[in-house]
Design a protein around this ligand. Structure first.
Ligand code: CP
Length: 300
């Protein structure tokens, strides 16, 4: 692989290799090893056209922990504001001998376009409503750590499916790994994922019943024109996950969320801060997974 643009076209074997490599990286992180030599002499630029905390910082830390020169470029503080095109911006960074370009963009397909115009390896840090492959990989890594295998694991994904790039990458990845994925959302925010090997649940209770992992999704108000559900309080009442819903899940089921969470909307505070929550572990695993991706994309 030269680029990581999405999980749609990544094989089960490639996903397994990324997760296995991330397991080695996590061992080093837990030993507080933060100066590995693998990216010495490499330059990583994070090019973000949308806000981010977890993705941008964990890519930057992963690059620095592996001895790369890491530069962050925020589009809002760059010549993009003077009208420079995406391709011209990418080419400008490319001629500075960039090896890895991590990009987040509000337009679906933007990293795919960029990858055709630069020599650097392009990693998709989230493109519009399309994919967020590294988030799904860190989600799968977290689940595999808990369950030992993804084969046969029951995963419920509840929330704003329509706008969610996280849901799409997770469906592509998890179904390839043999997990049973079940989705539930307001009907105005649904997608026909049954055509891609997932199950579309009839109700929230149907989705979470017997699930080994319950993943809440953020309501993406920035991508909505409004009117897709009556109010935030009704959304949380009918589509939110709380202790009552988690009682229907499998014993020892885990609660996940890609973040940032709207507390009390997608998940109750009791669930976010409860013993079943692995949300903080997802964040830590994100660094290990991104280190693994850097390693594998630059490996000769
Ligand atoms: N999960 C995720 O993409 O979070 P950020 O928007 O903070 O990067």
């Amino acid at each position: 692989m030269k680029h990581l643009l999405g999980l749609k076209d990544v094989t089960r074997e490639e996903i397994t290799e990324i997760l296995d490599t991330a397991a080695s990286m996590k061992k080093l992180l837990l030993q507080n090893v933060k100066k590995l030599p693998q990216l010495q002499g490499k330059t990583v630029i994070t090019l973000f056209y949308e806000n981010s905390t977890r993705t941008r910082v964990s890519f930057e830390l992963a690059a620095k922990y592996m001895s790369a020169v890491a530069v962050n470029m925020t589009a809002s503080a760059s010549s993009v504001q003077k009208g420079e095109t995406l391709i011209d911006t990418g080419r400008t960074l490319d001629v500075m001998r960039t090896d890895l370009l991590v990009m987040r963009h509000p337009m679906s397909g933007a990293p795919h376009l960029l990858s055709k115009h630069v020599n650097a390896s392009v990693i998709n840090g989230g493109d519009g409503m399309n994919e967020h492959p590294t988030q799904a990989l860190l989600d799968m890594f977290t689940m595999r750590e808990k369950f030992g295998t993804l084969e046969g694991a029951k995963i419920a994904i509840v929330g704003d499916i329509y706008h969610s790039r996280v849901a799409k990458s997770n469906v592509f990845g998890l179904t390839k790994m043999g997990a049973e994925v079940c989705l539930f959302s307001p009907s105005t925010l649904a997608l026909p994922f049954d055509k891609l090997g997932a199950r579309v649940a009839k109700s929230r209770e149907d989705a979470v019943s017997g699930a080994n992992a319950v993943m809440g999704l953020r309501i993406q108000l920035e991508r909505q024109k409004g009117g897709l559900f009556p109010s935030i309080s009704e959304y949380s009442k009918f589509y939110g996950i709380g202790e009552k819903e988690m009682k229907l899940a499998a014993p020892d089921a885990i609660v996940m969320h890609p973040g940032p969470v709207n507390r009390g909307v997608e998940l109750t505070s009791m669930v976010i801060d409860g013993e079943s929550s692995v949300i903080d572990e997802q964040v830590l695993n994100g660094v290990a997974v991104r280190m693994a991706i850097f390693f594998l994309l630059t490996r000769k």
